[in-house]
Structures are given as C-alpha cells and as structure tokens.
Write a protein that binds this ligand. Sequence first.
Ligand code: 6R9
Length: 571
Amino acid sequence: MDMQRIPAREGNHNLQNYEDVRKNFSWDNVKRNFSWDKTGKVNIAYEALDRHAENPDKKDKVALIYSAPDREENITFNELSKRSNQFANVLKKYNVKKGDRIFLFLPRSPEFYAAFFGILKIGAIAGPLFEAFMEQAVRDRLQDSEAKILITTPDLLGRVPQEDLPDLEKIILVGEHQETGDQYIDYTKEMENASSEFSIEWVDLEDGMLIHYTSGSTGKPKGVYHVHNAMIQQYQTGEWVLDLKQDDVYWCTADPGWVTGTSYGIFAPWLHGVTNVIRGGRFTPDDWYKTLQDKEVSVWYTAPTALRMLVSNGDDLVKQYDLSSLRHIMSVGEPLNPEVVTWGLKAFNLRIHDTWWMTETGAQLIVNLPSEEIRPGSMGKPIPGIEATIVDNEGNEIPPNQMGNLAIKAGWPAMMRAVWNNPSKYESYFINGWYVSGDSAYRDEDGYFWFQGRLDDVINTSGERVGPFEVESKLIEHPAVAEAGVIGKPHPERGEIIKAFITLNTGYVESPELLEDIRQFVKTGLSAHAAPRELEVRDSIPKTRSGKIMRRLLKSWELGLPTGDTSTLEE
Ligand code: 6R9
C-alpha cells in the first residue's frame, strides 16, 4: 500500500459518488427530509426530538445513552421530548420569550439535554458554557449576551458573579442546595410540577437558536450566533460524513460547551433519530476504550489530542478491548497527524477521517469521505454544496500548491449569521464574497486541502481555541505581573501548550512558588485550559512602537527561528 494514500473504504456508504453528487447538488432539496417542508412550521427541537417521539416506530428507541462514573441512564426519544417540554414550561412560567438568551453552565448530564431542548422549544437562544470556565470567563459571556436565565449547579454557582450581571433574572439550580433568595429556582421541584405537554414555538428558519463564544487574537471572546437553518447542513453532513444508519450507536466525545458538542454531539445524530452516547466525566484511555466496547459504538467522532493520548498509551491497551462494533471514525479540531492515521489503521483496522470546520461555520465543510481515498495529513475536500479555495490578502484566489488563507464561498446553510453585539467583527470575516477563515492552507491539484497553521495568534491547545489576549489580561491582574505576552508552543500530545512571558512589578522576585501562584491565578480565574503550562520571567516584553505585544517575535525566539522583520520593534 502506498503510505501516502489510503484507498476508499469498501462497502456501501451514504455518499457513494462524490463527483456526481457535487455536480447536481442543491441545498434546497435537503429540506424535503424535514416535516417543515410540508407544514411550513420550523423548530430544530421538533425535527431532532418531537418528530421521533410522535413516530410509533421511533418513540421508544433510545435517544440518549448516558454514561458517567457514578450514573448510567438510557432515555428514549419520547422521554427526552417530554422532559424538554417540562423544562420549556418552567421557562414559560418565568416569562421567557422568543429570542431571550438562556445560558447553561452544567456538566454533561441528562438534565443538560432536557434543558437545552426546552430552551429551543420556547424559541429562546441557548448559550452552553463549558463547565471548566471560571469567574472571568462566565462574567464575559453572560454580560455580553445579556442572559436572562442561567441553569447551573450549586457547585458551579460560586463562579457566577451575580453582582455584575444586571440582566440575569433567575438562576435555575440543578441539585440539592441551600439557597433561599427569590432569584433561585429549584430544578427538581419545578420539573415535578411542570406539565409534559408543551406547544412548541414555531419560528423562522433565520431565527436565533444558539450562541457559542469563541476566542480571537484580540479582545474578549465573541458570541458566534447561529440560526435554526443550520439543521439543513447538520442533517446532510450527518448522512454523508458521519455516514449514519438507523441502527448505529454514535458517540461524539466533545462537550456541548464547544460547537462540535452541539452540531455533532446533539443535532446531527438526533436529526437522524440515531442513538447517541454521552459520556460524563474526564478522559482516561481505559474509560474511552471501555465506552466504545460496552456501548457497542459504531460511529465515533473525536479529536487529535485524544487520539494522540491513546497512541501514547500503546497498542497493548487497545488489544484488551473488543471494538468490533466500531465501523467509522472521524476527527476534528486540530491537524490530524499522519502517524495517528497510520496507527488507527493498525489499532482499529479502520481509517480515521479528518474533518475541518469552525465555530463560525456551524457544520463541517472540508472532509474525508468514506468513499474517497485519504491522503494522510490532508483535511480532505469540500462537501458537495460547498465551494472552498485559497485566497491572498486581497481576497483573490491563488493557484494550487501555494499557501494562503483558506476561504469558503459565503452563504452555506449553517454559517453564523452574526457576531453578537459586534457587527463590524462579523463584517471583517468577509472579502469579495468569501468567508476568510484565518487558517493558512494550500490545495493540491486534485482538490485536497492541507492545513498549515493559524494566520493570527489564536492558540489551539488540545483542540480548544484560546485567545492570547484573554490570558494576558488575566495575567496582568495578578499583583506581581507588570506585562505579559502569550504564545502557543508546539507540543506532541496537546498540539500546542500555552507559554507566557511576563515581567514582574518592582518588589517581586522570581521564585517557583510565585510562578505557581500566577499559574493558579489564571487557572482559577479564567479556566484550566487557559492556564500557561510554561511561564518565563523576562526584563521586558517586545512591543511595537504603537504598543502591541509582538507575539510573533516571542515565538521565533522560543523556537529558535529567524525573527523576520523587526522594524516596528520599540527601542
Ligand atoms: C470545529 C472546531 C476552529 C479552528 C480552525 C482550525 C482548527 C479545526 C481542523 C483544524 C486542522 C482540522 N481546526 N479542524 N485544524 N485540521 N481538521 O474545531 O471549531 O473550536 O472554532 O476551532 O480549529 O485552526 O480554525 P473551533
């Protein structure tokens, strides 16, 4: 076998003839799969849940297999539909209206999914927050979105700075608690008293459904706003890329605080009425193999950082498990190393299919399909209905094999429709009708795309986007830190780790204790994944004459690379 090419998978795939479908495809035809094509009434929660709950052949099918170290539960489409109706009734009682922002700050749990769909059913906009966020991260997101209600647990409540959140009217607490203020609502009590009948709010395809905050290189995180129309592409990629069949057991390892955990951890499988595994708790290689084995997972969507950890745990571990149910594996979030693809062939006897997309794109765009050959190291080709290219800084297309900015012809179904409260930021993504991704890449003569890196300073650590500005801002809140510059440093398992260069205020002396204290300060104030793994004290931080931190220069120094143009460097 040619190491550079892995031939198409044998067998019957949902998308069998890429080139033919590509020629004739129109997104308009996809809507035939939804009931709103007949009724004219739309709500993604109806298509993902209620439609199956109303179907006598589907209602008792297991929608959700929940598995955590301390809890196991199987929930049918009918049951999940009812629970989300109850939650929608709770929201109604507290005066939630279409378009309100309702945030979830919860661990992955059945309650999360009931609440999430309850929010959509009332026509409100859901804002899922990753449970590892600390106070600053929670404050930024709830303030910017002007969230009206937050659903959280008593454990996480301490990270919610209520005094800074004038728009927040109520907090729904999941789990036993002692809070008495009338801003608090008890989840269990309210759910017990709520009817499981709810007449869903029908909305327009272009009405809001979801906000995911994501990091850029400057400023606070931005609220990427998605609408119900995204279901068209989430459904279609579920068919082609996830290759879902009715008897599949599907597992997406991403948390719903990130876009993969909603578009592909919730919508794509359930729009197809497929059984979905949700695993609570933390990553350990044993647990993951055990989940694949015990739940008989057949389709698995995961990330390079997790796969690299599995690789580093060796072939002996994987051999201890029976993974014979597994038939299709995909990856997203970071470049998928060719060695990992090669390992996958050996360990699982399966190809690992890389997929490329972003929070802003709402669904997959460039992918490896089962029916196409894989060129390890390449993200694959655009799905039918998507036009991708490489552009220069002026938005002009450039020829194959030349590096530039990866761009997508604007207007695909799941594209973000706004950056919340920030129209100019939204506009800045587009040039000449292209959405410009900020990823550098090239395409080869056969149309395969090859990822090269980020064009801005955004750090991708274990598949999570971290903005250097946010980390720098937190660092300088520490009394010892005068200035900070933050970069991503290549790391074999995590993709990149965060390295911070700091200067100290007078009166402070570098010591291991002080550096650990600063690290903990970011970890407990912002989030664990944003805490610098490496901290280096310097006499000064390089800046441009206009005062911008020269992260590129810090990076070149760190990696021993040529420093390039330093003409703007301050004396
Ligand atoms: C879905 C998701 C988006 C950024 C993106 C790129 C990186 C995603 C990738 C990939 C190389 C892939 N990225 N998929 N890099 N190969 N297959 O991850 O969204 O969290 O917004 O991250 O992640 O740099 O621009 P998000």
